[in-house]
Write a protein that binds this ligand. Structure first.
Ligand SMILES: [Zn+2]
Ligand SMILES: [Zn+2]
Length: 384
């Protein structure tokens, strides 16, 4: 089968404190200090065999994530931009849909032909974090498309316990192709769902939201918050094409933060009440936090989703005065997040298809990652 493989050279920086576990497992915790000269190439591989607790999925669509772009990119010294966990060479790709074509001996939850999508983190279920219910922070985790082979390939093996059936989408999307396309956008949607409704505390229907930055995570997040009954959804985004996509999705309050005073705009749109929910999805935290602090409603929730390297100055007094709080959030594992995101999509409340702006064949998967790196698309998909 064909697969898009990311390879790089294991070359830990001398000042990086490499742990014994990293050395033994050849899995970097901070990839940007360890992996040099990342390259992408298409490879012919044997079709993988599912282990006894795994399901073999024939991939239909897979989305290119900002993480894929950042893994393939490098700094002046050739080190990958991506700062979290990876092991290379690995087939990348972790936002996908497909159909079940084979099941391992211990598997019983899926039938051949079932349409599915998957969570990213394979957790052990036995470590200290897992035993407390924090599966997303498992001490022995593997991640599809990061530390183990992912979905930019004709087939992928997935642990049965992180696979979810999406046949409930068939009614809403009628033709199968549209259904599989939509299902490939479930994973990015769950990132916001988890941050807004599992991490933050007490977000209510009717709340006013501001999304700071609307790449794929911000755009799917806007859809999730509208489906959850947002009073108004405001967005700030410097890219013209991305603002255009948000307008096409039916959002009215979408502005270029470089051409307006964002805090004054929030004040204006919310009638002086400020925003109840601020979502940081831009990574440009040195610009966005001061805007948030000047437009917090009473009891505002700030949901920090982006993976920003820089540390903004935070004016604590403003949070104190507004009884506001900042919630850090990462990932989406467990806690009812996947089934509910799928239900919203099946109910017709979460339609991400207009966010998909480019589709490439697997033969052109390298170009797909390059296209996503231009940061003008909603979502770039690869069709297998
Ligand atoms: Zn992703
Ligand atoms: Zn664990």
């Amino acid at each position: 089968m064909k697969a898009l493989v990311l390879d790089a050279e294991w070359n830990p920086q001398p000042q990086y404190d490499l742990s014994d576990h990293e050395r033994e497992s050849q899995r970097a915790s901070n990839s940007s200090k360890v992996w040099q000269e990342p390259t992408l190439h298409l490879e012919d591989r044997d079709r993988p065999e599912p282990g006894e607790d795994e399901v073999l999925v024939r991939v239909r669509y897979a989305g290119v994530c900002g993480s894929d772009v950042s893994m393939a990119g490098s700094d002046d010294e050739g080190y990958t931009h991506y700062s979290a966990y990876t092991r290379f060479p690995t087939v990348i790709g972790h936002e996908f849909s497909g159909e079940v074509v084979e099941t391992g001996d211990n598997c019983s939850l899926f039938e051949l032909g079932d349409p599915v999508t998957a969570e990213v983190t394979d957790y052990c279920g036995r470590c200290h974090m897992c035993r407390q219910g924090f599966h997303g922070h498992c001490e022995n985790f593997e991640q599809l498309g990061f530390t183990i082979d992912g979905a930019f390939a004709e087939y992928v093996t997935v642990p049965e316990k992180i696979l979810w059936d999406v046949s409930s989408l068939a009614n809403q999307f009628k033709d199968e192709d549209r259904m599989y396309k939509a299902a490939a956008t479930i994973e990015p949607s769950t990132i916001s769902y988890y941050g807004l409704f599992k991490r933050a505390d007490g977000i209510l229907p009717g709340d006013y939201y501001v999304f700071h930055g609307i790449g794929p995570i911000g755009l799917t997040g806007m859809n999730v918050s509208r489906a959850a009954g947002a009073g108004k959804v405001i967005a700030f985004e410097p890219s013209d094409p991305r603002r255009e996509i948000a307008h096409k999705l039916g959002f009215e309050h979408v502005y270029n933060p470089l051409e307006t005073d964002p805090a004054a705009k929030v004040d204006d749109v919310t009638g002086g009440e400020g925003a109840d929910v601020h979502v940081e999805t831009s990574g440009a935290v040195n610009a966005t936090y001061s805007v948030m602090e000047d437009s917090l409603s009473e009891r505002a929730n700030v949901v920090h989703i982006s993976n920003a390297a820089s540390a903004p100055e935070v004016d604590l007094r403003k949070y104190q005065a507004a009884s506001a709080q900042i919630y850090g959030t990462e990932g989406h594992t467990g806690q009812r997040v996947y089934p509910r995101t799928i239900r919203m999509m099946a109910a017709g409340q979460l339609d991400n298809l207009p966010i998909v702006t480019s589709t490439f064949s697997l033969d052109n998967a390298v170009e797909a990652v390059e296209q996503a790196a231009k940061r003008v698309d909603g979502k770039v998909l690869i069709e297998m």
